[in-house]
Structure formats: C-alpha cells, structure tokens
Design a protein around this ligand. Structure first.
Ligand code: SF4
Length: 66
C-alpha cells in the first residue's frame, strides 16, 4: 500500500490523524504527515477510511504490486 498526501491540498483538518492515529500525525504546521515506519500504512484498513474522511481528498491510497 502506498499513501500519498498532497500537502498543497491539505488544509490541516486533522481528520486523517483522528481516523487512523497509528499511521497519520500532524506536523508542526498542522498538516498531515505519516508516522515514521508507517509510510506503507501498515496494512491498516483505517488508512482508506482516513482517505475518505479527508474533506479535501488530499490523501491518495494506492496498492503496490509486489
Ligand atoms: S484530513 Fe486531509 S486536510 Fe485534514 S490533515 Fe489529513 S490530509 Fe490534511
């Protein structure tokens, strides 16, 4: 799983960090960031929910082909 956060689009609403706190956090400016070591989402189903929860659709989740 690959997670992409478009920081140009992110408005720092924090929904992603609320929805999937194991994967997303907020940086010092309040924008979404991935927790170190969780760049692939850790397979958490909450990642897709977080992407849906983002009010500006700044999160893109894609499957990586292994
Ligand atoms: S929910 Fe969307 S807008 Fe809010 S912090 Fe996360 S990525 Fe940014």
């Amino acid at each position: 799983m690959h997670i992409d956060i478009d920081k140009d689009v992110c408005i720092g609403a924090g929904q992603c960090a609320l929805t999937a706190p194991d994967v997303f956090t907020q940086d010092d400016d309040g924008y979404s960031a991935l927790l170190p070591g969780h760049e692939d989402g850790g397979g958490s189903p909450l990642v897709r929910e977080a992407a849906r929860a983002c009010p500006v659709s700044a999160i893109t989740v894609s499957e990586t082909v292994s």
